[in-house]
Design a protein around this ligand. Structure first.
Ligand code: SAH
Length: 238
């Protein structure tokens, strides 16, 4: 009898863990929602797109962090992912995704793959996601995670994304998840008319500003500030 009980416990343990993660993820989404309301004066809305929130409810963030961090995966906080880099705060991931205005037809570029989590969130909403990561070890790990979770509409490249990814340009949306001091012109050039670039801008020594750059149908550029943020620097290979 005891043996059977033990066997049952062993077999059901992973299922319990998954249920826990599921519950924690629902709680995380509630906290994102609260943070959105708290910052509504700055971001100009009381709630994010429901499709974005649904994706945040689904994507298993714990799969994108080191095992030692899994217990903290659903805190609404950035977490270390090795190589001095971090996976962004879930609220920021949701906000940047919302600001990018992505739909099923969108072709999206991300600069700064990191753990691959933001790429997975984008892949749930877009037609295709291209993502560039400058640190080889992170790019390789992200590729493994995304493959294991069957995100087949994401293509990764290891390299410097400062100049975007010309080969597949132009893009409907570009998200940059590391901060340059000024907006790289190449990223603006690689936006489609009607497209949006969501990017943190500013020096590391100060707080940066999350900006949305919009290219209208006539190709005219407008920039607006959304929120003070803190991102790792957008580094350069040379
Ligand atoms: N989007 C990530 C968060 C990444 S943190 C996630 O969801 O986990 C920012 C990432 O940008 C880091 O992994 C860093 O190595 C990368 N990065 C910094 N400068 C870069 C550059 N010039 N080109 C591509 N990636 C860069």
């Amino acid at each position: 009898m005891f043996r059977f009980l033990l066997l049952f416990m062993v077999l059901s343990a992973p299922a319990h863990a998954e249920n826990d993660f599921f519950a924690q993820r629902q709680q995380m989404v509630k906290e994102i929602d609260e943070t959105v309301r708290y910052t509504s004066g700055q971001i100009g809305k009381m709630a994010l797109d429901i499709r974005v929130m649904d994706v945040m409810r689904r994507v298993p963030r714990h799969e994108f962090v080191p095992v030692s961090m899994q217990a903290f995966a659903y805190l609404n906080q950035p977490l270390p992912i090795g190589n001095n880099q971090t996976i962004s705060q879930p609220y920021i991931v949701a906000l940047m995704t919302d600001l990018a205005d992505i739909n099923k037809e969108s072709v999206v570029l991300e600069v700064g793959t990191g753990s691959g989590y933001q790429a997975a969130v984008l892949a749930e909403l877009a037609q295709f996601v291209y993502s560039v990561e400058i640190v080889e070890a992170l790019g390789r790990q992200a590729a493994l995670t995304l493959k294991r979770l069957a995100y087949d509409n994401v293509k990764l490249r290891i390299g410097d994304g400062y100049h975007g990814w010309m080969e597949y340009a132009p893009y409907d949306a570009i998200l940059v998840t590391a901060a340059p001091e000024t907006i790289p012109q190449a990223l603006i050039d690689q936006l489609k008319p009607g497209g949006k670039l969501v990017i943190p801008v500013g020096k590391q020594s100060s707080i940066q500003t999350l900006q949305v750059v919009e290219k209208n149908k006539q190709g005219r550029i407008s920039v607006h500030d959304v929120l003070p943020v803190g991102f790792v620097p957008l580094t350069r290979s040379q």
